[in-house]
Ligand binder design. Sequence first.
Ligand code: ZN
Ligand code: ZN
Ligand code: FE
Length: 742
Amino acid sequence: MLRKRIFIGGIVQAVGFRPFVYNLALKNGLCGFVLNSGRGVIIEAQGPAAAVQKFIAQILQNPPALSRIESVKTQNIALKRENSFIIKTSRRAGAAQTAVPPDIAICKDCQKDIADKNNRRYRYPFTNCTNCGPRFTIIKDLPYDRAQSTMKPFKMCPACRAEFENPQDRRFHAQPSCCAACGPRVWFVCGGKNIGGIEEAAAKIKQGKIIAIKSLGGFHLACDALNKAAVARLRARKNRPHKPLALMFGDIREIKKYCRVNAEEERLLKSAAAPAVMLKKRRDIALISDGLYTFGVMLPYTPMHKVLFDILGRGGALRGGHGPLVMTSGNISGRPICIDNQEALDDLGGIADGFLLHNRKIHNRIDDSVLFELGGKTHFLRRARGYAPAHIKLSSPLKKPALALGANLASSFCLGKGDKLFPSQYIGDLDNAGNILYFKETVKKMQRLLNIRPQIYLRDAHPGYYAAAYKPHAQKVLHHLAHALAVAAEHDLRRGFLCFAFDGAGLGADNTIWGAEFLEIGRGKWRRAGCLKPVRIFGGESATKDIWKCGLSYLLAAGFNDAQIKNILRPADTAAALCAARGNINCYTYSGAGRLFDAAAAILGLCAQTTYQAQGAMLLESAAARGASKACYEFALEEKGGLISVDTAPLIRGLAADRRRPAEAAAKFHNTLARIILAVALKLRAREVALCGGVFQNKILLARAQALLAAAGIKVYTNNILPAGDGAIAAGQLYAKYAGFV
Ligand code: ZN
Ligand code: ZN
Ligand code: FE
């Protein structure tokens, strides 16, 4: 006989770990207990030595699907007089911390429950179990118990309580478990009146109305995606003329009617995180993502979405099967996604015709995650629901708890303590009061939830970013170094590597705008090995929207005369701009990549003015998807004083010559950039290369660069946990501190 205390750390709460341990203990005939602490799960198991060993082995071999065991410690302790194994009530965490589980999409069993007329949870929109349901969005504090979540006001009915207390039941200790008799309820508000529930909302959607739906991490705005008038109205009311809209399909078969889906993409769509996945179009739907070759697509991930699609499908459907719904974030521009009923009624009143509301509070605001798949790996455009606040594990602990504030666009922050980095969810652009409030609110909530009191602050070097006002004395980390180190953090890269950090813009060490950087990263040291040759961009901030000004700038740099430029960029009125640009008025020096993509899109006539971020680059990528060319344009690799510079003027001249065949030209543009990356990597004799920065959210460029590098025997690292864009900056800043770069 012996008794062991077993301590297990990682994602072990709210994933069915305790009942799993309990059932294993019963099977092995052990006594003792299992307990959630703020630090992880504590088990004491007593019995014959062989049985205890077997019990531990079984825990490690086959833990619950959603758990992630990161540490195990065991010790022998004195025997106790016991004759049963029990699940003890939670112990309040001390100065400890553990992981907070992300939200989990509705599981197959719960889907069956709500589809079964004879089940007591038939069409109940808050059905969940130990294997699925809300987590992060409803958790206020650790350890995770119903009383510390927004389920607290709902007192379990006897039937739910019986399931909750029965270790053999799927809902054993499922904290948010409930039913129609005891749980939250939904209602539908239209014209200021409460007129029913999901049935009535579905009827309005069929009539072409726009409905605000309180989902898991915030509100959605939904309408029939196949109803062009409805989508046009949504776009007009949301003041969003072109930005792609996310779609939700009833099931995978429906998705396959409109999109190409490979096995890995299907797995992601159906995964517990249930993100929006960027898929290649098979059949287009007007006004959803015009000009682009992809749709952002997700499956219903809450029981409420499921019930809604169930009702829509049954009643004869939205044209044919039950077609897709637009499912876009419920916010007005410059404001975060709404989470509160009154907030939604106020903010979205001018957009939505009806409101599907419920009375379970959303504690943590979070958008849908958006990603694409390449070569079996995930590439995030936005890391949020289903992923945040999962952590990145470091191989050794940080010296002090820290908070890194990230960058300004598509921002997120990152908390660090012990051997863990906790990147926050996507928050949005910090150029407006609404998102700044969201940022501050989330910093507060996450510090409390994870019990971290930062002693060190880190921020971008850019003086105009919000972080500079929020924590002016924070230690500064250079933007592109942070990009590089975010990759290092994910892959625990200790050795040196060459990083291609390509993005729109970031403040460089020489106070010019960088963004197509070749950085040699060593141990605590780094060097700018080169960049794309700087170009003078005319138009200041306005050039990111009036992207014809980027076209003009690059054409000027490539030696075109005024008449040629006027001809290429028609119908933009270039006369005054040319005059100013030649006089170096309102110009800045730029060595980035983002404006180069904008210039190419403008030169090829794909877009002169943008209405959303990266529109030029996305249209260019989509044009490249239609082009078959394997050819390249010329480029010139120069070296001066140990600094490589790549002149893109020949590339621009090639684009201008090919502009009547934009698809072929766009394909050649992408091929050329991939070639440039390979040429620089070979020149610098790199063996390991990191590709990061927002430019690598371009799947075609990423795929081509990866393929060329791999063929040359070079190992490629990318961001697969964090987005390649500025959403990774905060984690990179923290890693800079951790690895001694600042
Ligand atoms: Zn379930
Ligand atoms: Zn109940
Ligand atoms: Fe960046």
